[in-house]
Design a protein around this ligand. Structure first.
Ligand code: APR
Length: 178
């Protein structure tokens, strides 16, 4: 039975098949969850990211797309890197690009038959996306994917603090299929 759950905590500690990294287009690390994942995975992660082909000068993962690497020292076997949109005004394609991040990550997980994936709140930190709107998009895209695919069977939305946890819980309950 497919499950979508919300969990508060540090995504780098989760023993799931893949954790999603809210990275940037360069895929060479950064702050926030990107920095935490690279610290926990060890230097081999950065080396693996450097080996990801550039699709244009300095761009390994265009906004809205996803790339997978091993998890190295992480408890998770894989890291799925995605580059979320930077929030401007909500009318510059941000919703469509954020939705594409979730779809791209889930498509990669499904293609590899991964049983479990954990997402951070993509773009809700440095990139400034309003958490409520972002959470609605996340839940909508995850449920749409799970309705049509067998994998992943388990998806976890990971919040780093209580406020985000409550926002994600509300988004899940509001779109509860039951
Ligand atoms: N576990 C789970 N969630 C976390 C963790 C963690 N260890 N650390 C931070 N977060 C949460 C933040 O609280 C926020 O809700 O992840 C969410 C995404 O925030 P950011 O990491 O700032 O990511 P984003 O807003 O997508 O900005 C991406 O920031 O770090 C750089 O290289 C990254 O340029 C990219 C940009």
């Amino acid at each position: 039975m497919p499950s979508l759950a919300v969990q508060q905590g540090d995504i780098t500690k989760l023993k799931v098949a893949a954790i999603v990294n809210a990275a940037n287009r360069k895929m060479l690390g950064g702050g926030g969850v990107d920095g935490a994942i690279h610290r926990a995975a060890g230097p081999a992660l950065l080396e693996a990211c450097r080996r990801v082909r550039e699709v244009s000068p300095g761009v390994r993962c265009p906004t809205g797309e996803a790339r997978m690497t091993p998890g190295f020292d992480l408890p998770a076997r894989h890291v799925i890197h995605t580059a979320g949109p930077v929030w401007k005004d909500g009318d510059s394609g941000e919703p469509e690009l954020l939705a594409s991040c979730y779809r791209s990550c889930l498509a990669l997980a499904s293609k590899r038959g991964l049983p479990s994936v954990a997402f951070p709140a993509i773009s809700c930190g440095v990139y400034g996306y309003p958490p409520q709107a972002a959470s609605k998009i996340a839940v909508r895209e995850i449920r749409a994917h799970m309705d049509r695919h067998d994998a992943p069977e388990e998806v976890v939305l990971v919040a780093f603090d209580a406020t985000m946890t409550a926002i994600l819980q509300t988004a899940v309950e509001e779109q509860d299929p039951a």
